[in-house]
Write a protein that binds this ligand. Structure first.
Ligand SMILES: Cc1cc2nc3c(=O)[nH]c(=O)nc-3n(C[C@H](O)[C@H](O)[C@H](O)COP(=O)(O)O)c2cc1C
Length: 201
């Protein structure tokens, strides 16, 4: 199993990541010219350094002093958790430690969407809002803000994919009633969006 055989693994519940490659010189204009949605994926796995950089771009910490992140969030609530459904299991991205924490063992990729390619692609990200971190915001504001905040993360992923030769598509078409219990979510954790990432195929 990947989590127990990896040179980076610290324990069997942690999928440690190498440092992200944040010094690249890919141009923003090139990324914007290339950004697109793709729905045909190869099963080829993502190298771990690519996974690491992808997660950092998505919602990693870019300011160590303040804990600031690569994507903005309303009130700096940082309420979106990024889950990564890999063949080995579903993991929650721990930005502070830059590691993946096992949420559920086993392959949940097919459960992250309602389109055929989700089971074949090597990675499906799931953006989960923790309403418990959103202060005293009303129900409607929680939904609006969480949706906007997840959108910024998804665009970071789109732009990274555009520069790294990766294919991706953000997805609202998710069976949330099925996926939420499969991920072991509490009732105040809401699935906002998912995003499939891999190599075009
Ligand atoms: C909020 C949102 C939800 C989306 N949901 C899906 C989806 O469930 N499945 C899918 O294949 N594409 C989905 N898309 C991708 C759009 O279909 C796609 O962005 C649009 O067709 C424009 O294509 P482009 O991204 O290549 O410019 C979604 C996009 C957004 C912004």
């Amino acid at each position: 199993m990947l989590v127990s055989t990896s040179a980076f693994a610290q324990d069997e519940r942690t999928f440690a990541l190498p440092p992200p490659r944040t010094a690249g010189n890919a141009s923003l204009m090139e990324a914007l010219r290339s950004r697109r949605s793709t729905r045909e994926f190869s099963p080829k796995p993502l190298p771990r350094d690519v996974l690491s950089t992808l997660l950092w771009c998505a919602f990693g910490i870019n300011r160590a002093d303040s804990g600031g992140r690569t994507a903005p969030s309303a009130h700096n609530w940082q309420e979106i958790d990024v889950y990564a459904a890999l063949p080995e299991g579903a993991y929650r991205y721990d930005a502070r430690e830059h590691a993946l924490r096992l949420a559920v063992a086993g392959d949940l990729r097919a459960a992250t969407g309602m389109q055929d390619f989700v089971a074949r692609a090597p990675l499906n990200l799931v953006y989960v809002a923790d309403f418990g971190r959103m202060g005293d915001a009303g129900a409607e504001d929680r939904t609006y803000f969480a949706s906007a905040d997840a959108g910024f993360i998804a665009q970071n992923v789109y732009l990274y994919c555009a520069t790294a030769g990766l294919a991706c598509v953000v997805r609202g078409l998710v069976d949330r009633r099925k996926l939420a219990p499969a991920l072991g979510l509490r009732v105040d954790q809401r699935i906002v969006l998912a995003q499939t990432v891999g190599y075009a195929g």
